[in-house]
Design a protein around this ligand. Structure first.
Ligand code: UD1
Ligand code: CA
Length: 459
């Protein structure tokens, strides 16, 4: 039998206290809703995925504008989860079974959903339950004398005895499509919130003799709902832990799996080593034996074999050649191509710059819009003055150039191969190959010079 998946994403997420709609809040760098979608898409029985949006509907839809396989439904007023599913009914005419997922339950894996679907008889209503140490905020599962599921009671509507029930509704329902419309039409907003609760269909189904199948998840943490920043952080930790365990099983070595954050994808070679508090974003590839120091952040980077990234360096959209050394405290900005065996040291910033093989910029430099050859030495404090206030200009430096400390290279400017530039120069014209070029006012000393002296003046 086919399954239509309905994902509820119309709520504002008031408890997040954020202008960003809850389903767009990021988990591991992707919106919550993207995680739910990824699991839904892996279900082989899936026919159509429906998303019910409401609060900030345009923002939510445009975040998924590239996804052509979704059917969007709008819930103009957020009158409860039952009312939300009702908005999807026009798209469910040919549905056989309907799986309802909540856009704020992001950690569920497809294989867990698959087991739930397979364990629910085709004519039954299935719901996922779990035993939570802290059931606070969840609907409680009410069971009868034979442990059969009688219904779900939202926390706010619970008696104190019901509130003590540890088994909760995890928010995943599998419904036979045929009776669904009539159940939804019969929902009443007679509860503490005055909303149409989807969870009330369980009692309606039972009253009609439809079997109700409660499927208890062995790891209910996987169905953690995100309602406030604390739950978002808990979900993030859970996700990161799972992800890093998987990477480590595939051979990644890291000092502390609890202190590596991956918000994207990481490919890595043999024997890579990651120190604590590293953040990896976007798509990052590491060659063999790469070492990443504490607190480094890498976004969309290609790092070749034997590279060493020293602590607290930030690298974005960059490519680092084999055995290069970066940092500590280096800032490698987009468009930086750092050659093999090159060194970029502390407080050096590069942007749209090629640093050739074996070249070194070890201290306190800005290298922007520059093309730097091989074996070049960039002294401490060298700056490419690439911006004239309106346009950006390029600096070209040949092979084996030595740029003395505290030199400003006022672009556009080219330095010929093998040139040496004296420390403290301001270079405004092209420099020929070889030889020494410097721009420096002559040094003078005034013998027996007396500095000013303090005189006693009445105040
Ligand atoms: C819901 C369940 C509760 C369950 C918990 C699991 C109901 C009535 N309660 O409570 O039993 O234990 O999830 O996490 O279903 N939404 C809409 N339109 C609305 C209201 C909500 O689309 O009018 C969406 C929200 O965007 C959210 C989801 O439905 O993605 C759940 O809504 P939320 O208000 O978070 O329900 P909970 O109080 O968590
Ligand atoms: Ca919720």
């Amino acid at each position: 039998m086919t399954i239509d998946v309905v994902i509820l994403a119309a709520g504002k997420g008031t408890r997040m206290r954020s202008p960003l709609p809850k389903v767009l809040q990021p988990l591991a760098g992707r919106p919550l809703l993207a995680h739910v979608l990824a699991s839904a898409r892996q279900l082989p029985e899936r026919r159509q995925i429906h998303i019910v949006v409401g609060y900030a509907a345009t923002a939510v839809r445009s975040a998924f504008a590239q996804d052509g396989d979704l059917l969007w439904h709008e819930q103009e007023e957020q009158r409860g989860t039952g009312d939300a599913v009702r908005q999807a009914l026009p798209g469910l005419q040919h549905a056989e079974r309907v799986l309802v997922l909540y856009g704020d339950v992001p950690l569920l894996r497809a294989d867990t959903l698959q087991q739930f679907i397979h364990s629910t008889p085709a004519n039954a209503l299935g719901l996922c339950t779990g035993l939570l140490p802290d059931p606070c905020g969840y609907g409680r599962i009410l069971r009868g004398a034979q442990a059969e599921v009688l219904g779900i009671r939202e926390e706010r509507d619970c008696s104190s005895a019901e509130r003590a029930v540890a088994e909760v509704n995890l928010g995943i329902l599998l419904l036979p499509a045929a009776p669904l419309r009539s159940w939804l039409e019969r929902l009443q907003p007679s509860n503490a919130q005055g909303e149409y609760y989807l969870t009330d269909v369980v009692a309606l189904a039972r009253a009609e003799g439809v079997p109700v199948h409660g499927h208890r998840l062995p790891d209910p943490e996987e169905a953690l709902g995100v309602n406030d920043p604390a739950q978002l952080a808990a979900a993030e930790r859970y996700y990161q832990r799972q992800q890093v365990q998987e990477l480590m099983r595939a051979g990644l070595r890291c000092a502390d799996p609890e202190r590596l954050d991956l918000r994207g994808t990481l490919q890595f070679g043999a024997d890579c080593w990651i120190e604590p508090n590293v953040i990896i974003e976007g798509k990052v590839c590491l060659g063999d034996r790469v070492r990443i120091g504490a607190g480094a952040i890498l976004r969309d980077c290609e790092i070749a074999a034997d590279v060493e990234i020293l602590p607290y360096s930030l690298l974005e959209e960059a490519s680092i050649g084999a055995a290069a050394r970066i940092g500590p405290f280096a800032r490698i900005r987009p468009g930086s191509l750092i050659g093999a065996h090159a060194h970029v040291g502390n407080f050096v910033e590069t942007k749209k710059t090629i640093l050739g093989e074996g070249s070194k910029a070890n201290h306190l430099s800005y290298l922007g819009d520059a093309e730097i050859g091989r074996g070049v030495n960039i002294g401490a404090g060298v700056i490419t003055c690439n911006y004239d206030g309106v346009h950006k200009h390029r600096t070209l430096i040949g092979d084996q150039v030595f740029v003395g400390s505290d030199t400003q290279l006022v672009a556009p400017v080219a330095i010929g191969s093998g040139a040496t530039i004296g420390a403290g120069s301001t270079i405004t014209r092209d420099v020929p190959a070889g030889g020494l070029t410097l721009s420096r006012s002559p040094q003078k000393s005034i013998p027996h010079w007396q500095g000013p002296k303090k005189t006693c003046t009445p105040s």
